[in-house]
Ligand binder design. Structure first.
Ligand code: NAD
Ligand code: DAU
Length: 351
């Protein structure tokens, strides 16, 4: 790729996407960064106010499933690189609305691949697909996911991401499109929509609302600081080997209930509440259907071949994350008004 790249980042107004856009706009002033986002409930331009006027940044509102619109956009700009994050990303919503996940995550990815094949820089560019460790299914108490672990997705979300990964691989094999895929574990950090465990529980503790722990709270997730993920994406985009997959994880496994207790302790301190007050909000509720027991990622390939490693200690990262939400209550209020209330009712009442 030449140095004056035109790069399309999809889903750049979402949680991880906004961190990736910010990083690329700031670190690479020589690139033209286009952020394509439909601005669904999860997309929010308030996530990007600090870079919205940067000379190398353009926001485009649009839907990756709109084939004509996407073809015209690619024909006009002939992108050198695509970093594809746009997706429906919440497992619980995929249980409520599986077909929306199929449409956005599978069809949307295929439409982008087709447009890149026709109009993108396929001789010297890159289509980089951002995926999840959930495509590998679930683990028992031992072992970790490696890049060669067979796919075994269990939720409509992970099935749709697995399918989109396969389309990316197939476009490489069949059409010679230069691609790379990364599969990452659970991210946490600022600007995450409060439907996922950490921001939802921060919001509920702050408002003294019940903390709905699914099942017995024994499921395990491997948490990664979102800016470490954005840095991994930067490294893989620039140094990753075409046609390869890279796993990205925090080497940081937490049982849900232990994480919830840590959040309660940190928030009691920050909100000057009596010790152990927030943990009284913990409420065990009906388990998630098909709930994967444990995820754990082996990132050895990324660390040894490309020199990346996670940088943030989890307790410090979690503390910084909580501080961000407490310092941005207006952001939190804006995203939890309106449709959020209805979602919350459907998801958590009668549970
Ligand atoms: P998010 O839900 O916060 O953001 C998704 C973004 O995509 C939003 O800005 C939304 O408006 C946009 N979008 C949705 N449908 C679109 C469409 N049809 N056209 C254009 N834009 C559309 O998601 P996230 O948590 O930031 O995840 C980003 C990507 O990373 C996803 O592909 C997800 O599968 C993957 N991922 C997420 C995690 C995680 O822990 N959050 C971990 C691994 C991988
Ligand atoms: O592993 C990567 C994946 O991590 C990403 O691909 C997904 O986009 C992202 O949403 C995330 O999926 P999870 O389902 O693991 O994340 P979530 O925050 O929804 O849930 C984390 C754990 O907490 C999980 O075991 C379910 C549990 N949980 C979640 C919620 C929202 C609860 O106990 N109560 C809740 O209210």
């Amino acid at each position: 790729m030449n140095n004056q790249k035109k790069i399309l980042i999809t889903g750049g107004a979402g949680f991880i996407g906004s961190h990736v856009v910010r990083r690329f706009v700031k670190e690479y002033p020589q690139y033209s960064i286009f952020n394509l986002d439909k601005l669904t409930y999860a997309g929010n331009l308030e996530n990007l106010t600090d870079i919205e006027n940067a000379p190398n940044y353009t926001f485009v509102k649009g839907d990756i499933t709109d084939e004509v619109f996407i073809a015209e956009l690619f024909e006009k700009h002939k992108f050198d690189g695509v970093i594809h994050l746009a997706a429906e990303s919440h497992v619980d919503r995929s249980i409520l609305f599986p077909l929306e996940f199929l449409k956005t995550n599978i069809l949307g990815t295929a439409i982008l691949l087709e447009a890149f094949k026709k109009f993108g820089n396929i001789s010297n560019g890159l289509f980089y697909h951002i995926s999840t460790d959930e495509v590998y299914g679930e683990l028992e108490n031992e072992g970790k996911f490696v890049e060669t672990t067979p796919y075994s997705p269990n939720s409509p979300y992970s099935a749709s991401k697995a399918s989109s990964d396969h389309f990316v691989r197939a476009y490489h094999r069949t059409f010679g499109i230069p691609v790379v895929v990364s599969n990452c574990s659970n991210n946490y950090g600022s600007h995450q929509f409060p439907e996922k465990l950490i921001p939802l529980f921060i919001n509920n503790i702050q408002n003294n609302l019940p903390l709905p722990v699914y099942g017995k709270g024994v499921n395990v997730r491997d948490w990664l600081w979102v800016e470490d993920h954005a840095r991994a994406i930067d490294v893989i985009f620039h140094k990753g080997k075409i046609g390869e997959t890279y796993n990205i994880g925090g080497n940081n496994e937490w049982k849900n209930i232990d994480l919830v207790h840590l959040m309660c302790k940190l928030m009691d301190e920050k909100l000057a509440r009596k010790p152990h007050s927030s943990e009284k909000l913990i409420t065990y509720v009906k388990d998630r259907a098909g709930h994967d027991f444990r995820y754990a990622i082996d990132s050895t390939k990324l660390m040894t071949e490309l020199g990346w490693k996670p940088s943030v200690n989890f307790e410090q990262g979690l503390s910084k994350t909580i501080d961000w939400y407490l310092n941005n209550l207006q952001w939190l209020n804006n995203v939890t008004s309106g449709a959020y209330k209805n979602y919350y009712k459907v998801q958590y009442s009668n549970r």
